[in-house]
Design a protein around this ligand. Structure first.
Ligand SMILES: NC(=O)c1ccc[n+]([C@@H]2O[C@H](COP(=O)([O-])OP(=O)(O)OC[C@H]3O[C@@H](n4cnc5c(N)ncnc54)[C@H](OP(=O)(O)O)[C@@H]3O)[C@@H](O)[C@H]2O)c1
Length: 256
């Protein structure tokens, strides 16, 4: 069992990209314990190495929206820490770029909604009893500016299933923020930036942006740069300023 001064995190999608960068950054701190979700922890060599090197990271199997995985995670957190302070729903997929909304299969919406919207919900539901044992319960969803309806109205990008899944999780967090107030929860959405992770690189390619170039006006940043900015938001989050907010990685508010 961790000590009462240990800050306990649970994060999904920690095998690579932004989730791995956040986990690596947090693992540099003293008195932390990080339950790091991955679909197949055994195959994420960097995560395994981080766990062995720091002794502060516990890799766990966590498929988004899988109730059994989330229940097993909650059991493990209960046994090893007794509570969780920060739940970070980061795992996500972005597929079927450049298929017009008029022909994109409905199944694409279902798949991305399951991972990007239900994934965070199922994770939170299973960890909520342990989160509310924290003196500072925090829930963050790594969403996307793509989920902004204001952005969609003026965007040239064609990726409606992804955008709708992120708009859905944004709306979901508005409810979580309001219903969690009684438990002192702070629930916040964060946009990580245009990040050069596997997903970001594939997205740029899908948009026809040549390698090494950026979308005009949207700087491309590394997963480490994104993680540094997001962890600052996680650290600073307070009920008055952050609950129910949709923030970009620089801390500015994104219109819904
Ligand atoms: N990159 C960007 O520019 C950008 C911009 C806006 C928002 N975001 C959001 O940032 C978050 C992290 O993305 P990233 O850029 O780090 O992408 P990434 O490099 O593709 O990493 C995605 C992570 O999600 C996990 N994942 C995928 N499908 C999953 C599933 N069904 N169940 C559990 N885990 C699953 C992956 O695990 P495996 O290793 O098992 O596949 C991986 O750890 C996502 O929510 C994404 O929508 C990214």
């Amino acid at each position: 069992m961790s000590s009462s001064t240990t800050t306990v995190y649970a994060i999904s999608g920690a095998s690579r990209g932004i989730g791995f960068a956040i986990t690596s950054l947090l693992a540099q701190r003293d008195n932390v314990l990080i339950f790091a979700g991955a679909r197949d922890p055994a195959s994420s060599a960097p995560l395994k190495a981080l766990a062995e090197k720091t002794g502060k990271v516990v890799p766990v199997k966590l498929e988004s929206a899988n109730e059994d995985d989330a229940a097993a995670l909650a059991k493990l957190v209960e046994q090893q820490a007794g509570h969780v302070d920060y739940v970070i729903a980061n795992a996500g997929i972005a597929e079927d770029f450049n298929i017009p909304v008029f022909s994109v299969p409905a199944a694409s919406f279902t798949k991305q909604f399951t991972v990007n919207t239900l994934g965070p919900l199922v994770l939170l539901q299973h960890l909520y009893p342990l989160l509310t044992k924290s003196s500072k319960p925090r829930f963050f969803v790594v969403s996307s500016v793509a989920g902004s309806t204001t952005f969609a109205a003026g965007s040239p990008l064609i990726f409606s299933p992804y955008a709708v899944s992120k708009a859905s999780v944004n709306h979901l967090v508005a409810h979580i923020a309001r219903e969690g107030e009684k438990d002192n929860l702070v629930a916040t959405l964060v946009h990580p930036g245009m990040v050069l992770s596997q997903m970001g690189i594939a997205a740029l390619k899908g948009m026809g942006i040549p390698e090494g170039e950026e979308i005009p006006g949207i700087p491309a940043i590394t997963p480490d740069e994104s993680a540094t900015a997001l962890v600052k938001i996680f650290d600073e989050a307070k009920r008055e300023t952050h609950n129910g907010k949709f923030l970009s990685y620089d801390g500015s508010e994104i219109p819904w």
